[in-house]
Design a protein around this ligand. Sequence first.
Ligand SMILES: [Zn+2]
Ligand SMILES: [Zn+2]
Length: 317
Amino acid sequence: MEKNENNNNLNNYEEEEDDFAKSLEKDLEESTKLYINNITTNSPYKSDTELLLLSKEEIITYKNLIITSLNTKIQQLTKENEMLLTNYKQTTDALLSKLKDNYSNKGIRPETPSLIKNVFNNNNKISNKNNYQICNNCNKKILEDNYFEHSLLCLRKIFKCSVCENIMPFEEKNNHFLYFYNKKNIINWINTKNTKFFNLVLLHNFDVNNEIIDEEKKNYLIHFLVNNNAINLLEILLSYKNINLELRNKNDYTPLMLSCKLNYEQISLLLLNKGADVNAKNILGDSPLRFCQLNKNEKLSFILINKYKCKISNSKF
Ligand SMILES: [Zn+2]
Ligand SMILES: [Zn+2]
């Protein structure tokens, strides 16, 4: 009995296996059919062996099918290309508008002046075409459009002397001052009583308290003016602040000693009026009063003693 049951069971298994195998075969058959159907409907391409079996008419149809398929592909690619272009344009527009917002709302970024200048110039080109501005530095008429650039360049290339307002290339700045500090020039202007240029010497800050004009007598400018009886120029000099009245020349003379020795009354009075030391003495013990007495200038001696309280004992007789 058991054997039979077993056989029955075995037979059942075999039947089931057969059924399973059959269903698998069916599935495979159907999927193959689907696969083949798919290939033949979706892909126009045929294998070489397939092509050999085609008639002339079928080949023409086949060719047309290929052409249609290729045209469809071209259309698809063109569409894709157009979409990429549109996408690119939209992206660029978005980026540009973001940049514009940055420039207009968030102030000037360090790297944008040239861009802003371009925009500014383009916007104002017509309105500013004939507008000029006078350059503060070189006094030239400058087109308003170019004024900013000009100013930058001008200050670097052109020097305008704040004293005499002369305009010159920047490299000539030093020479300009040296011209007014040149001792030969100064002596010439004093000798020709050129008050304009003498004044310019002082205005260009010639160092009157430290520069010796006459090397031979070691005269400073103030001695030189006294020595030349140049009272007008001395008045100009003494109108400046911080002029040292007690400078000594080679013979240890103050300007007042020199003027008294030369018997220049007006210059002596001018120096005394400005506060020159009436009691100053040189290394030999000479004083302003001593020189006045040697010159027998009683008037000046009297003024020194009575008006400027010169000590008589200080003078040797
Ligand atoms: Zn200029
Ligand atoms: Zn100057």
